[in-house]
Design a protein around this ligand. Structure first.
Ligand SMILES: [Zn+2]
Ligand SMILES: [Zn+2]
Length: 347
């Protein structure tokens, strides 16, 4: 039996080797034999730092055991003090994704809490409690974040455009640090990103609108603090939009179409690149035909139809065409689609 193969001697030879500390380890240099290599901890102390709690509420760090079956690969140690979970790269990525969702939910909770404190009911209310005054007003409720509400917070002004469009206040992210520029007078030009919520009244959910104010039009660069600010603003607006969203409040499409005496035609000859058009008979109680490309995904189909129905009442988009019956027809929507259909009919 060779003494070189005895376990005791093998261990001895390992101990004699100089321990190798990975470069990310922040263990003290004089502690030549620590059992765990650990990188710098990312810690959140919690809402009440310095209270009776023994450690941070959340902590994460890279760690590698010096010995044992887990010593092959570093892991993330993640959790609160006394309750760690070991995560690999994929698991850590999922945890971060979930935390980002959690932050949005926290912001939504903060929004609801603020509403409770102010004694105001910020939930969406029916702006048209007395029933629709106009077919195009078969729309979603005005969300609480809408800036077009009157002083009572109940409904829009009487201007038609505003009645079909909800818009929040603009959040401004000023871009001044990263690439300071001067205008022709030599003044420092403050570029800015405007962020707000928008919702066409016939859309189920709002959208986040980004406006980049810059001479060049559509390009800007953000320093990292500015990008962080933009992220915070986006998180706030997403939370606000989700709290106030009433996606099921929109009347069913069939009901809107019936109310507006509109017939929907899924036209197999209309190319999918067109968004469709609406043709309305302007006589009293006139009918309307809404032509859309056949085979649109159901969400897009519904949005396209709602958009055309609402657009049929927006005067600037109307164009009247002569026809044999001497009743003016109004064409709204995608002009190219209408032109293609007309050309086909003429051929
Ligand atoms: Zn180490
Ligand atoms: Zn509104």
């Amino acid at each position: 039996m060779s003494s070189e193969l005895s376990p005791a001697l093998t261990n001895k030879s390992i101990e004699l080797t100089e321990p190798v500390c990975p470069p990310w380890c922040v263990g003290k240099a004089d502690e030549t034999l620590h059992e765990v290599h650990e990188g710098a901890r990312i810690e959140w102390l919690g809402p009440e730092p310095g209270s009776s709690r023994t450690g941070p509420a959340l902590s994460a760090s890279i760690a590698l055991l010096e010995e044992g079956p887990e010593s092959l690969q570093p892991e993330i140690w993640f959790g609160s003090s006394g309750s760690w979970t070991e995560l690999n790269l994929t698991q850590f990525g999922s945890a971060i994704d979930e935390l980002e969702e959690y932050v949005i939910a926290l912001r939504a909770l903060r929004y609801r809490y603020a509403a409770v404190l102010h004694g105001t009911d910020l939930a969406s209310r029916d702006a048209y409690a007395n029933g629709p005054k106009h077919p195009a007003e078969i729309t979603a409720l005005c969300p609480a974040w809408c800036n077009y509400r009157d002083e009572d917070g109940m409904q829009h002004s009487d201007e038609a455009l505003e009645d079909r469009f909800h818009c929040s206040e603009h959040e401004v992210v000023e871009l001044s640090l990263h690439q300071p520029r001067t205008d022709h007078r030599g003044n420092l030009a403050l570029d800015e990103v405007l962020v707000n919520l928008e919702q066409a009244a016939y859309h189920r959910l709002p959208a986040v609108a980004l406006t980049i104010e810059r001479e060049a039009g559509s390009f800007c660069s953000l320093s990292l603090p500015e990008a962080r600010q933009l992220r915070a603003v986006l998180g706030k607006l997403i939370a606000q939009a989700e709290v106030c969203a009433t996606p099921t409040a929109l009347p069913p499409l069939e009901m809107v179409a019936a109310h507006m005496r509109a017939e929907i035609a899924d036209d197999p000859k209309l190319e999918p690149k067109y968004r469709g058009y609406a043709l309305a008979d302007t006589s009293p109680d006139g009918r309307m035909w809404v032509c859309i490309p056949q085979g649109l995904p159901s969400d897009l189909r519904e949005e396209t139809i709602r958009c055309l129905l609402a657009g049929a009442f927006e005067a600037p988009l109307r164009r009247e065409v002569p026809n044999a019956a001497h009743v003016p027809l109004q064409v709204t929507g995608d002009r190219a689609a209408w032109a293609a259909a007309s050309a086909r009919a003429a051929a």
